[in-house]
Structures are given as structure tokens and as C-alpha cells.
Design a protein around this ligand. Sequence first.
Ligand SMILES: NC(=O)c1ccc[n+]([C@@H]2O[C@H](COP(=O)([O-])OP(=O)(O)OC[C@H]3O[C@@H](n4cnc5c(N)ncnc54)[C@H](OP(=O)(O)O)[C@@H]3O)[C@@H](O)[C@H]2O)c1
Length: 267
Amino acid sequence: MPSYAIIGGSRGLGLEFVRQLALDGDNIVLVTVRNKQRSPHLDDTVNQLPHNNVHILEADVVDHQAIKAAATEAGNITGSSLDVLIYNAARLEYDNLLRGLLDYDSEDQLDEEFMQSLKVNVLGSIHTVNAFLPLLRRGTAKKIIIVGTEGGERDFVRRARLSDMAAYGITKAAEHMVATKYAVALENEGFTVVSVSPGFVDVSDTKSELMSETNASKMNEIARRTFAAFPTQALLTTQVAVQRILADIRNIGPAESGAFRPSPELA
Ligand SMILES: NC(=O)c1ccc[n+]([C@@H]2O[C@H](COP(=O)([O-])OP(=O)(O)OC[C@H]3O[C@@H](n4cnc5c(N)ncnc54)[C@H](OP(=O)(O)O)[C@@H]3O)[C@@H](O)[C@H]2O)c1
């Protein structure tokens, strides 16, 4: 039975990965959340699924021991193997997400915000891959997917005049490099490791915080600039974005390993 682990699947795109993968009763779907008691969207989704193939594990990605414990639990469920790991978790609180390098109240605040983003977006992905690697080595697909973003790619940032989203974009750029480093390190073992952009996706229906008016107008301004630079950009549903990534995951192999895969409308 093909097995998938979604890291950070309580809501948004992660939740949709769980839903779509679980519709195939042959799949074993492992999903990690920070807090099982506070993942109502995941509970609702799982309750409506036709099969009992979703296993919810608890781990905050900034806690590498918790991630390791989740990997051990995953191995107990799958029989010590895993086919596909999808690292989806990211720090996306609006205040932090939208700030540019010149928008911090103090250098201390800048340090703090960057460290938090680094822990979730970069170190979290590394600890996760390290923890799940023994299982992936015993799997048949050997695929590691980092959910990335054009916001972490230089050309896009320049063309869209995206000075905002500094901690997010800089750490996501580093996260893309994490994928490339693992791609090279694991190339002789037949692994495929890529970072993949979902595109510009509306996840508002499962967001855990409300957007203030100030942040809403910042977000609109960012959207205006990116649409001006990339008129082909479109606001996607999670269903479409995840469907596309899952099709991509099925099709890619070692030849694609190490690359950043942009969303088609931004390529
Ligand atoms: N939406 C877009 O337009 C877009 C565009 C490009 C790339 N992406 C990428 O797509 C991925 C998902 O984004 P999204 O839009 O679906 O975001 P979202 O709705 O805000 O979901 C973020 C997910 O990350 C989890 N998470 C955050 N911090 C965590 C931590 N410390 N430990 C474990 N899990 C943690 C959250 O769990 P909690 O519920 O516990 O907070 C939540 O499940 C991200 O990697 C993002 O960079 C999104």
C-alpha cells in the first residue's frame, strides 16, 4: 500500500493533501499536526472520508524530538517504511508574513521573527527529512516533496517588486536549497527530492486567524503587484493546487531531483 506523510496538515493545503490522498483506499495517509485537540478542520474532513486510512500524529516541527517520535509512530503503522514525504508546514502568521526588512519595530524583533521562521521553514524541514529518512529508504517511491513558493525565488521577487514577506521569502529560499542539498546527498540511493510551488492559493476558509484591515490592504497591494508582473497568475482553490501537485509527484523521478518546480501559471 503506498504510504504518504503530510507534515502540517491541520488546515489549508496540507489538509487538502490529506483529503485527496485518503480518497484512494489503497493509500496509507499519515498526517502530523501541532495539536490534535485544536485541528477541527482535519477532524471534520476525516469524519467525512470513505475509508479509515488517515492516521493523525502530533508534532510541532520546531521540536525535533517530537518529529522523531512521530516518525517512529509512523513506522509502527506502515511496517517501517514510507513512500512519499510532503513537508508542507510553514510559518504564515499574517504580521510576520507581510513585513519587509524595513518594517520591524526593532532589530530584536527582526531577530526573533527570523529565528521563528527559520525554525519552522528551514530547520523543521531538515529535522523532518532526517527523522523520516530511515522509513523512506525502505519505501519504494523514495520521494521527498518540500512545498515551496515563488516568493523564495529571486527572479519572481525582483519582477513582482516583492520587498515585503522578508522572513517568509528568505527562509523559503533557504528551504528550496534544503531540497537541493538532499537531492544531491541522496542521488545515489534513487531518491527524488524537489521543492514545488502550489501557486497562489486561497486558504482563507480554514485559516486560524482573522486578517486585520491593515494586513488585508497590504495583501491586496502585494496581489496587485504580482498580478501586474505576472498577468497569467490566478487565485487557485486548494483542490486544484493539490490535484496538480499530486499529479506532478506521480510523474517526477530522479531526473527532476533538486529542482524548484514553479506553478504552471508563473513558470
Ligand atoms: N497559500 C498559498 O498561496 C501558498 C503559496 C505558495 C506556497 N505556499 C506554501 O504552502 C504551504 C501551506 O501553506 P497554506 O497556505 O496552506 O498555509 P496555512 O493554511 O496557514 O497552513 C499552514 C500549516 O502549517 C502548520 N504549521 C505552522 N507552524 C507549524 C509548526 N511549528 N509545526 C507544525 N506545523 C506547523 C499549520 O498548523 P497549525 O494549524 O498548528 O497552525 C498549518 O497546518 C506552506 O509551505 C506555504 O509556504 C502557500
